[in-house]
Ligand binder design. Structure first.
Ligand code: ADP
Length: 538
């Protein structure tokens, strides 16, 4: 016997319609790429998103066509989030930090015919336009007065919006239809596309709004620094809209100074982003002797949050770090380390220890760890193995890609190595390919990095495994020293000495000017391993 309930299909447009009906006065604030701050309400955003949907029809976009964006976090990008997916087309957000060859590959692979562009990315597309034979229209997202000279045949977003009617009824369709497309940055081989559906996006938004996840409500003032071109800014534009939260979009200003100005000016309470961005912000505040007084919670994900960062936010800015783990294939939320009653019973030091873990699965996500033969391992906080996940917002395959090797039955293999404890707290030990294998034992490069970055003179660091004639691999520590500070190898190893087991101690410490990052802000360890591959065999 079936239940007798309405079979309403979940849709992205319904999120915006809800905001227009219920949260019409709540605000969206956006730093425009051409300069200046723009602010409007969800009611205005709803109207302009419907104009965007009509504009897409005039550009010839049909249901399920892919529409690309190369854009920062702005109100115009927000309108496309709803205008494109809401009209039944597929929003393909392109990460501008990918290599030009990867951008060419994914635009062609997705068969994008229309591209929406922010002004900063014109040179990028001018350089590769000849290799994009499918592209029919390029729309520049600026005011009419800011249209620049370019070798590209550019349409003006504001002109098209102005000409489009706001009279538009969002179509209904099967909730399993594709809504957005995002390619993983892929440190090897071509990027792989993850194709989210309306259903997965809405369920993910509902789960991420809860207090056990990101805690997004009508009272939240949220600044997603995580880009809208990377896993849909962790789904925040959908969750914020459903909740009617004040959404503050930083445009191209990701540096410490620009972020501080926006946080302070808009009284931002909830921040979301990757550790490298927070390092920049914390260092800026330290240098300028500034405190963020409005911030209550900082969601840190995409890479491990070092304990020193968790402490700095708490002790200097009275802000609580919500450590979260996820990936493109998970929309991206997997586990979140939110406040709970258990945490409240701990001393501050114990709480910091716990906060350094990546948290517990959000309801909807199942996790487990397995050995090399896919046997499930104990959830005792000690055994570590390959982390596998399952749930309604986890990818079931890649877009137009044959390889199914990351899936076994109901499980997706994340490529991460982790422990899970009795209470369900997951701790990432390393990425499987970054773990350092020394004399038959494993060293977690992440653990050593997180401790080393706690030294007051260290701005950023990386630990990599280098081939070693005797031990198979040994760790090498690369350090960027903070501006104006200086340190020696002995300062570093002396600091690590009583904090890690003896055999985890890096054999050498190198001081460098910069470290390479992936398009999503993670350390590019493959490149470092290539550069230093002979370091211990010379
Ligand atoms: P890519 O950078 O390849 O696009 P994602 O952005 O999807 O990939 O990143 C997913 C990976 O990032 C995870 O598999 C994990 O290795 C790492 N990661 C994400 N969050 C955390 C975290 N809180 N701690 C440690 N690693 C993390």
């Amino acid at each position: 016997m079936h239940g007798l309930m309405m079979d309403s299909q979940l849709s992205i447009s319904s999120i915006l319609t809800h905001a227009e009906n219920v949260h019409q006065h709540a605000e969206i604030v956006s730093r425009k790429p051409e300069g200046g701050i723009f602010r409007y309400t969800y009611a205005d955003a709803g109207k302009r998103s419907r104009q965007a949907a009509n504009m897409l029809a005039t550009l010839g976009v049909k249901q399920q066509d892919r529409v690309a964006t190369l854009a920062w976090n702005t109100h115009r990008h927000f309108e496309l989030y709803f205008g494109v997916s809401g009209s039944g087309a597929v929003l393909h957000t392109v990460n501008p930090r990918l290599f030009p060859e990867q951008i060419i590959y994914i635009l062609n692979h997705a068969e994008d015919e229309v591209l929406f562009l922010d002004i900063q990315f014109i040179p990028l597309i001018e350089a590769v336009k000849d290799k994009l034979p499918l592209l029919k229209h390029i729309v520049l997202m600026v005011d009419k007065d800011s249209m620049p000279e370019s070798s590209l045949d550019l349409l003006c977003y504001e002109e098209l919006i102005e000409a489009a009617s706001s009279d538009y009824e969002w179509p209904s369709f099967d909730e399993n239809l594709a809504a957005t497309l995002c390619y993983t940055s892929g440190t090897t081989g071509n990027p792989k596309g993850v194709l989210y559906s309306h259903r997965s996006t809405v369920i993910h938004a509902l789960a991420s709004m809860t207090n056990d996840a990101l805690g997004v409500s009508n009272q939240s003032i949220i600044l997603p620094v995580v880009p809208m071109f990377h896993v849909n800014a962790w789904g925040v534009p959908y969750a914020a809209t459903a909740a009617g939260a004040t959404l503050v979009l930083p445009g191209a200003g990701m540096d410490g100074g620009s972020l501080y100005e926006l946080i302070d000016g808009e009284n931002v309470e909830l921040l979301l982003g990757v550790p490298t961005v927070w390092l920049g912000l914390l260092q800026y505040c330290e240098k300028e002797s500034l405190t963020m007084t409005s911030v209550q919670d900082v969601v840190v994900g995409g890479a491990a949050a070092p304990m020193s960062m968790i402490k700095a936010f708490q002790e200097k800015h009275d802000a609580f770090v919500i450590h979260a783990w996820g990936m493109t294939e998970l929309s991206p939320l997997g586990t979140v380390n939110a406040r709970n009653s258990y945490m409240a019973s701990l001393s501050l030091e114990e709480r910091y220890e716990l906060q350094a873990k990546q948290g517990r699965p959000v309801y909807g996500i199942e996790i487990r760890i397995v050995d090399d033969n896919d046997n499930e391992l104990a959830k005792d906080g000690k055994a570590f193995g390959r982390l596998q996940v399952s749930g309604p917002w986890v990818a079931s395959s890649y877009y137009k890609h044959e390889d199914q090797s990351d899936w076994t039955g109901k499980w997706f293999d994340t490529g991460d190595v982790a422990t899970i404890d009795e209470q369900g707290y997951m701790n990432i030990v390393d990425r499987a390919k970054d773990v350092i294998k020394s004399g038959g034992e494993w060293i977690s490069s992440i653990d050593v990095e997180n401790i080393a970055v706690g030294h007051e003179n260290v701005a950023e660091c990386a630990v990599i495994g280098i081939a070693h004639p005797k031990w198979d691999e040994r760790p090498l520590l690369l350090v960027i020293v903070k501006e104006g500070a200086s340190m020696t190898k002995e300062d570093m190893t002396g600091y690590l000495e009583d904090k890690i087991v003896k055999w985890w101690m890096p054999d050498d410490v190198l001081f460098v000017e910069e470290l390479p990052h992936t398009a999503t802000g993670k350390l590019l360890k493959r490149e470092l391993r290539d550069t230093y591959q002979d370091y211990y065999s010379k």
